[in-house]
Ligand binder design. Structure first.
Ligand code: ADP
Length: 628
């Protein structure tokens, strides 16, 4: 969610300061407005000085992502005043925003001719010895992302005591960065849409594959029966079923996924949406296909512009209002095992240095996410042959806390892992680092720097990433038209801001857009024309199946993207009861896991839109199972 305060509120704040000074509350007090570049856009600071003393620091205008930097925007200025120091640590996860605030105050002090050496005290809290604190509870959840809060909510709703340990200063993990799409077969919502011939063919093709096992055979038979009836009745609606979702999850994960985990996940995906709706989380009636989803079954949030915050906020509220206690800045270090049962966790508060012993009567749920932000781990496990290199030169879309802690902690007490070499890159990571227009794949195309299309955009994420890395400069553009952009909730103000900020490019015509991005106008025009013909029913030379509307209403926009490490499909080996298994395949007493920290569901490739339902379905499951 972005916060942009208006100019009038800044002016009002400035006027109040001036009035206070004029009133003589502090005769030598002076308020200076200063603007500095933040992560998303400019940050405006208001710094009040009385002689050498920093009286007040306030952020009066910013566009930083609220869920990531919101706390920093409030807490860091207060800390600067309290410690009279600009030599403070930046906040993990919001490094750019916090550094901008520190630099902004420094620039003000410098401009006022003050001696910077006087503002270099190290924060005494970061070097103080902490206390040892013991907390007794029923269930410990490690990780405050979607999986953690789904689990904690289930436990709290059952009336049991639960604590959530979150190492960052804020909750939400990757979900608050994600679009928040949730895949589930939902015929009631989907039947209003239509299906074209290539989509029908795609289903039939799946039913005709050589089955790998009995589960796959059963899913194929059920989908085939449905399709025979569909064709016999001359239907045209968009077909979907739980079994088609299972088949696609399995087939597009190259048949590596655990069919039992897939079965449980797809059977419960729609129920997880209903459960979220019960917490006040609303989904749009129209169904889409997000990048890599392969089928139009992605449910989009009504509060889409707030991203996954619209999921995490109500979930956290549900957990806390039922009694869950959230410990921020609290990093779990080790699992405590007593008589072969996991009975607790040791942790440290990274702000206060307090050390914690959390004891749990029922056990521990690990929901610490994957290891996309741990370069050492992703390099060590990069053995699949798919990616030549996953070192720091490849960015990650993940939050900095995704460092595989839960995997390491559980391995230390004998947990088994699965599919650790299966690492996914998302093709669509903003090249500029700023905001972009991505849209749904239904109505967008990918072109390279020359203006040529090079891939079926409805394909798998790994194929899209591999193809993107092969384009000139290893990047590509997504092109949208105005109608689609507005349909996807972008406002004119946002679009103009992105164009002015150099984050996206605009052209009244396709040719003009090509010139703006330095592509060949004739090639870009040919790419768009070809795409539009496919919307009218022509076969696509790349085999794309998902089409919806033409790209025809100018102005047209282009945003540039590069692939980034996105999801680690491998992780702790679990069974359908969310129990963590040891090397012998037996459940470790008292240890459960859910979400990206687990492995086995997605096989070699996670479908776009399958991650959040994985967290919700299996988080709910872990929360229920641990109480049994
Ligand atoms: P998922 O999608 O599976 O819920 P996320 O990565 O979104 O996973 O969220 C996991 C959360 O767990 C993040 O907020 C992360 O900061 C937190 N986390 C990771 N390691 C630890 C740890 N050692 N102690 C406490 N919290 C942790």
């Amino acid at each position: 969610m972005k916060l942009k305060k208006t100019l009038s509120s800044i002016l009002a704040a400035t006027m109040i300061c001036t009035m206070l000074t004029a009133c003589g509350s502090k005769s030598d007090s002076k308020t200076i407005e200063h603007t500095i570049k933040g992560h998303n856009d400019d940050i405006t600071l208001s710094v009040t000085l009385s002689g050498e003393k920093i009286d007040k620091v306030e952020v009066t205008n910013h566009s930083e992502t609220e869920s990531i930097a919101g706390k920093v925007i409030v807490d860091l200025p207060a800390k600067i005043v309290k410690t009279q120091s600009i030599n403070l640590d930046t906040v993990a996860g919001a490094t750019v925003s916090s550094q901008a605030i520190l630099d902004g105050v420094k620039e003000v002090l410098e401009a006022e001719g003050l001696d910077l050496n006087k503002y270099m005290n190290k924060d005494s809290a970061s070097s103080k010895a902490g206390e040892n604190i013991t907390v007794d509870t029923d269930v410990i959840v490690i990780g405050g992302g979607a999986a953690g809060f789904a689990a904690a909510t289930k436990v709290a709703e059952a009336g049991e005591k639960v604590v959530v340990l979150e190492k960052m200063p804020f909750v939400g993990g990757n979900t608050v960065r994600a679009g928040g799409a949730i895949n589930a077969a939902d015929p009631e919502r989907q039947n209003g849409q239509t299906m074209n011939k290539s989509e029908v063919d795609a289903i039939i093709e799946l039913t005709e594959l050589e089955p790998k096992n009995d589960d796959m055979k059963r899913w194929q038979e059920s989908v085939k029966t449905d399709m025979d009836e569909y064709i016999a009745n001359g239907e045209t609606y968009l077909y979907d079923s739980k079994d088609l979702h299972k088949l696609q999850t399995y087939a597009d994960g190259d048949f590596l996924g655990d069919t039992k985990l897939i079965e449980y996940f797809c059977e419960n995906a729609l129920e997880s949406i209903t459960w979220l709706e019960g917490k006040g989380i609303e989904f749009k009636p129209e169904i889409q296909a997000v990048v890599g989803a392969v089928w139009k079954r992605s449910h989009a949030l009504v509060r889409e512009d707030e991203k996954g915050v619209a999921i995490i906020e109500p979930l956290q509220e549900a957990a806390v209002s039922n009694g869950a206690e959230v410990f921020l800045n609290t990093e779990a270090k080790e699992l405590i095992v007593t008589d072969e049962k996991v009975t607790g966790v040791t942790a440290v508060n990274n702000e206060t240095n307090d050390t914690y012993t959390f004891n749990a009567t029922k056990g521990v749920i690990i929901a610490t996410g994957g290891f996309a932000a741990n370069v050492e781990m992703r390099t060590e496990y990069n053995t699949s042959g798919k990616w030549s290199n996953l070192d720091e030169s490849i960015p990650t879309s993940n939050h900095p806390g995704a460092t595989g802690d839960g995997i390491i902690m559980a391995q230390e007490i004998g947990a088994d892992v699965v599919d650790m070499d299966q690492i996914q890159l998302i093709p669509t990571w903003s090249k500029s680092g700023g905001s972009t227009i991505k849209g749904y794949i239904n109505n967008t195309i990918y072109v390279n720097q020359d203006g040529d299309r090079y891939i079926n955009e409805d394909g798998r994420r790994d194929e899209l990433s591999i193809a993107a890395l092969k384009q000139p400069g290893s990047f590509f553009y997504i092109v949208n038209d105005h109608a689609d952009t507005i349909n996807n909730g972008y406002t004119q103000e946002q679009i103009d801001g992105m164009v002015a900020g150099g984050q996206i490019w605009r052209g009244e015509t396709i040719e003009e857009l090509a010139e703006a991005i330095g592509a060949d106008p004739a090639k870009l025009k040919a790419s768009i024309d070809e795409f539009n013909n496919c919307v009218d029913g022509a076969p696509d030379k790349f085999g794309r199946k998902v089409f919806d509307k033409k790209i025809e209403n100018g102005p047209f926009y282009a945003s540039s993207f590069i692939p980034a490490v996105h999801h680690t499909m491998g992780g702790l080996r679990v069974n359908v009861n969310a129990q963590v298994l040891n090397a012998e395949g037996n459940p470790i007493n008292g240890l459960f896991a859910a979400g990206e920290v687990t492995g086995g569901l997605h096989g070699k490739n996670r479908l776009g839109g399958n991650a959040i339902p994985d967290c919700i379905v299996n988080g709910m499951n872990a929360g229920e199972q641990i109480l049994k």
